[in-house]
Ligand binder design. Structure first.
Ligand code: PGA
Length: 253
């Protein structure tokens, strides 16, 4: 079993003092293990306090969003160069942002902005419930990949993380069956291979996300096809998140 990646998406939760407390608890509860990489993605205002507090040997930091331009008159936005030095990763294209109107072209530009600043994108893709019912999952994920990676070259792909997150599974408690996830992961890897070649495709890490909790984490992590998990709700509960990390640590030899 190869190295696993566990990402915690804290979404719009926790003030700076609450985020600091969570980082302290995670420091205490989680042991360092080089076989499992852990990335915490707090809200932008918490990046600095969590960066100061977290044990940098155990955790890396990711942002939840960036603007596609490096600087300028964009009130309320933050750019990739601003988070550089704090965050190694950034979540791009999360379905909650797509639902607010973020389109494929903007996502492609945000991914290019992350790569320009040497920050690894965690690109989220996945089908909605209606699309699933119409058996459009394969088409949806392939179209999203092609559109969202439009500005990226094969040489840049090794930094990439793709999170397969079926929209209907996010925050719903209704998680995807591991066998279904394997099928989609294979489609994703195949699409990247078609676009960029085998060497580039083999380096991309592909995660599952959607109602992951301590009870179902093992069913995904025990599969070689899945390189790790993107955890939402359970990531702001330190006991649940630590339990998911421990499951990964126990599985990887
Ligand atoms: P969830 O969220 O684990 O709460 O379903 C996952 C995500 O949105 O990344």
């Amino acid at each position: 079993m190869s190295k696993k990646l566990i990402v915690g998406n804290w979404k719009m939760h926790l003030s700076p003092s609450e985020a600091t407390l969570l980082a302290q608890r995670l420091n205490q509860k989680i042991d360092h293990d080089p076989k499992v990489e852990i990335v915490l993605c707090p809200p932008a205002i918490d990046l600095m306090p969590v960066h100061k507090e977290m044990n940098a040997q155990k955790f890396k930091l990711g942002a939840q969003n960036i603007h596609y331009r490096d600087e300028g008159a964009f009130t309320g936005e933050i750019s990739a160069p601003m988070i550089k030095g704090l965050a190694d990763y950034v979540i791009v294209g999360h379905s909650e942002r797509r639902a607010m109107g973020e389109d494929d072209k903007t996502i492609a530009e945000k991914i290019a902005a992350a790569v320009r600043s040497n920050i690894s994108p965690i690109l989220c893709i996945g089908e909605g419930l209606n699309e699933r019912h119409h058996e459009l999952t394969k088409k949806v994920v392939m179209d999203q990949l092609e559109a969202n990676l439009a500005m990226i070259t094969a040489g840049e792909m090794h930094k990439f993380v793709i999170a397969y997150e079926p929209v209907w599974a996010i925050g719903s408690g209704d998680f995807a069956k591991p066998n279904d996830v394997i099928q989609v992961v294979l489609w994703i890897r195949h699409t990247i291979e078609e676009l960029y070649g085998e060497a580039a495709s083999s380096k991309v890490r592909i995660l599952y996300g959607g109602s992951v909790d301590p009870d179902n984490a093992k069913s995904y992590l025990s599969l070689d096809y899945i390189d790790g998990l993107l955890v939402g709700g359970a990531s702001i509960n330190y006991e649940k998140f630590a339990s998911i990390v421990k499951t990964a640590q126990d599985i990887v030899e």
